[in-house]
Each structure stands twice: as C-alpha cells, then as structure tokens.
Design a protein around this ligand. Structure first.
Ligand SMILES: [Zn+2]
Length: 281
C-alpha cells in the first residue's frame, strides 16, 4: 500500500477566485475570461507563440535521443493540464492536444514516422476521473495529424504493471515505484522484442508532467530494451527546479489584459460592420 503524502499547494486569492469561477462556469476562456469557449483563439495563439519545445537537461541521454518539455507547470498550459486531469473538464483535452500539435508536432521531421505512446494512468485514477487523460490527448493529437496528412500515430505500447500511485511520493520512492510501474504490452511484442513495424519508427513516450523523470525514463528504457531504434521523451509540462508545489506565475494576468482588449476591439469591429450592412440593406 502506498502512502500518499500531502502536497502543499500555494494559491493567491486571485487564483482561488479564478479557479472557483472556472469551476462554476465551464465555458469561459481560461486565459481572458471571455464567454463561449474554454480557450479563445487569441489566448491560444498567445500561448502557442510564446512556447517552444525545450530540452530536459537532466534526462538520460542513453535512453532518449531527444527529451523535451513544452511549458512549466505554473504557466497557463500547466494550469490547463491540472484542470483537465483533476477537474475532469473534458473540453480542455482537445485544446491541450492542439497546443501540443502546433508547438511540438509541427517541428518534427516530415520524413520520419512517429509513434506516440502515452504513459499509462493507474486504473484507480481512471476510475476516479472517468477517463485516461493522456490517452485522450494523444488520440486527439493523432486525429489532428491525420487531418493534416501527418506522420504520427498513437499506440498504447505501455501498460500499468502494478497499481502504484505517485502523487506526493519522494524521489527515492518514485524511482523504486517507477521500475515496477509500467511494462510493454504483450500485444506489441514478438519473441520478446517489439514488432518490426513498431521498433523501426521513432517512439515518443509522452507524459503530462516531468517531476523527477523516473517513470518516463523507466518506460523509455523498457521500450529501448525491447528493440526500439529511437526513443524520444515528451513532457507537456515540467516542474521548475526546486519547486514542487504549483505556484501561481501571474502569466494569466498578462494574457488576459492583451486578449480582453483584442477581443473587445474585434467585437466592436464586428458590430460596426453589422451596423453598416444593416444601413446599406
Ligand atoms: Zn481568451
């Protein structure tokens, strides 16, 4: 039985208000508060233009040819991931997928074929939340790629070996648990090795957050051991070094100021043109 340690989470009053706000009004932009969408296009463009894949310095280079993350956990992308995962707001999944697609997939080599393998969520968490968040995100990501004539596929290569829960566990416990937590699914193996059509492609192991990297690294090692030619790691978000609690970064304030103004201006223009066409008609 794994004991869950308590995580300390620090919120500012504004953050609490905003979280309550979003909880009771699901269809408000998480960036600027505009009604009608979970993330308006202005805020989405802002997020996409400000982020690019960054190298995970501490990743094991023997395992991963490339290891990258997209945003920090205390930035708006991190907040979206948290709300999707713990608040089970289903509409957020496709938005995260689109952001990952535009930032990460768009920079992959068009000549290669990629298999995106989600880190499997424990069965107890899937039961609690009603869905497997990483699987949903990658399903949408593969759909976006198909639509764009792309070269990525999602395969559930990994599965949970044991029901260990990592929330709050310390680094050493995490490492030990990680070794036992995941394994390569039998259906992808042939005589103990990954099937040919899988192992010759680039396999990207994806998780929502890089905390110590223990589980992603262990998963990567297993896939490598099973004969994969090239393994990448992708964490959608990463903890800032030395800061494990989620701390509010204030980024939302900047986005909100910019996009509120922009949305107001475009609304005004819309009204004006409606007005003009009415007068003409
Ligand atoms: Zn917005």
């Amino acid at each position: 039985m794994v004991k869950r340690e308590k995580i300390v989470v620090r919120f500012t009053t504004k953050d609490v208000v905003r979280r309550l706000f979003s909880f009771f009004s699901p269809l408000l932009c998480r960036g600027c508060g505009r009604k009608g969408e979970i993330l308006c296009s202005c805020c989405k463009n802002y997020i996409v233009s400000g982020l690019r894949p960054k190298k995970i310095q501490e990743a094991d280079r023997g395992t991963f040819k490339k290891a990258e993350y997209i945003g920090f956990r205390d930035e708006i992308l991190g907040e979206l991931v948290e709300e999707y995962k713990y608040g089970s707001v289903a509409e957020i999944g496709p938005e995260i997928a689109e952001i990952v697609y535009r930032i990460y997939v768009s920079r992959l080599s068009p000549e290669k074929e990629y298999i995106f393998a989600p880190m499997p969520t424990s069965k107890s968490h899937i039961r609690e939340r009603g869905f497997d968040h990483m699987d949903e995100i990658l399903t949408e990501l593969a759909r976006l790629s198909r639509r764009g004539g792309g070269n990525i596929k999602k395969e559930r290569i990994l599965e949970r070996a044991k029901n260990t829960v990592q929330v709050g566990a310390n680094e050493e416990t995490r490492r030990r648990q990680a070794k036992e937590a995941v394994k390569v699914c039998r259906s992808f193996l042939e005589g103990g090795r990954l099937k040919k059509q899988i192992r010759e492609k680039t396999i990207v192991v994806v998780d929502d957050v890089w905390t110590t990297g223990a589980s992603l690294t262990e998963a990567g090692k297993m896939i490598k051991k099973a004969g994969a030619r090239e393994v990448f790691a992708l964490a959608i978000t990463k903890n800032r070094q030395g800061l494990s609690p989620v701390i509010y970064s204030g980024e939302v304030e900047t986005i909100s100021r910019q996009c509120q103004k922009q949305n107001q201006q475009s609304r005004k223009k819309e009204l004006q043109s409606q007005d003009q066409s009415k007068r003409k008609g």
